[in-house]
Design a protein around this ligand. Structure first.
Ligand SMILES: C[S@@+](CC[C@H](N)C(=O)[O-])C[C@H]1O[C@@H](n2cnc3c(N)ncnc32)[C@H](O)[C@@H]1O
Length: 237
């Protein structure tokens, strides 16, 4: 899987404290050992276990990650699109309150937690089992309840009133499958909300912009320390 922005800087460092974490019950320990509890500037209400730049997870190269059984740690960062969605949901809770909501590609769980805080009945989906573990840990950290699944739900129909997607339009095949599936859900009456900082494969039509935030980020992850990320609602088109 490609990285959404410029990429996690893993160059030039060979030492790591990470051990094999491929077993289910090792994942929570791995996450706890490789993150710190932090909040983002845009969403200070929510605490997350996120990687800091001085931690081993930042410095692992692909070989080291493979040896440790750890996929690219998307769950260790709060991506700009997810931050924008979370901010929007917390500021407009009636958008999701009392509704069945799917957060697709939950990562750290940031926007899923925001939706649960706003009163939605949340399922957080991510195909990376580390993201599932991180989402569960972060939900507990914030005292909210939600369900999780590692099933790949693309192509499936569910009884969700709202489907949220935070920062998933960074890779062409994934973006194409995702858009086709979301269009189908929208045609059946689902509300689709997307948080995105103008990734390459964000659909160009059939989206209505709700708002834009300037999201502080890091040049180790993105090509800028500030990204404009918008929240979009899918419309006919
Ligand atoms: C860039 S991260 C975004 C995480 C979070 N939404 C945010 O904005 O911080 C993309 C996430 O999508 C997940 N993902 C990729 N393909 C997926 C799929 N088919 N179904 C569910 N999750 C998927 C990845 O594992 C990763 O956690």
């Amino acid at each position: 899987m490609h990285r959404p922005g410029a990429g996690v800087n893993t160059a030039g460092v060979n030492n790591t404290v990470v051990k094999d974490a491929s077993e289910n019950n090792d994942r929570a320990a791995f996450i706890a050992a490789n993150t710190e509890i932090q909040s983002t500037k845009l969403v200070p209400e929510i605490r997350l276990r996120l990687a800091s730049e001085n931690m081993a997870i930042w410095r692992m190269n692909d070989e080291q990650r493979e040896a440790a059984g750890v996929p690219l740690p998307f769950w260790a960062f709060a991506w700009a699109g997810g931050q924008a969605l979370a901010r929007y949901i917390l500021d407009h809770p009636s958008t999701v309150a009392g509704r069945k909501l799917l957060d697709m590609g939950a990562g750290s769980g940031l926007e899923a937690i925001a939706a649960a805080m706003a009163g939605a009945e949340v399922v957080a989906a991510d195909t990376d089992p580390f993201a599932i573990a991180a989402t569960e840990m972060n939900a507990a950290l914030n005292g909210v309840g939600l369900s999780v699944t590692s099933d790949d739900l693309i192509g499936q129909t569910g009884n969700w009133d709202v489907v949220m997607v935070g920062d998933l339009f960074f890779e062409q095949p994934l973006a194409e499958h995702l858009e086709a599936w979301l269009r189908g859900l929208h045609r059946r009456g689902g509300e689709i909300l997307i948080g995105d900082p103008q990734r390459t494969y964000l659909p160009r039509a059939g989206l209505e912009k709700l708002t834009t935030y300037a999201v502080p980020t890091t040049t180790a992850l993105e090509d800028s320390d500030l990204r404009n990320a918008s929240v979009w609602r899918m419309v006919d088109g």
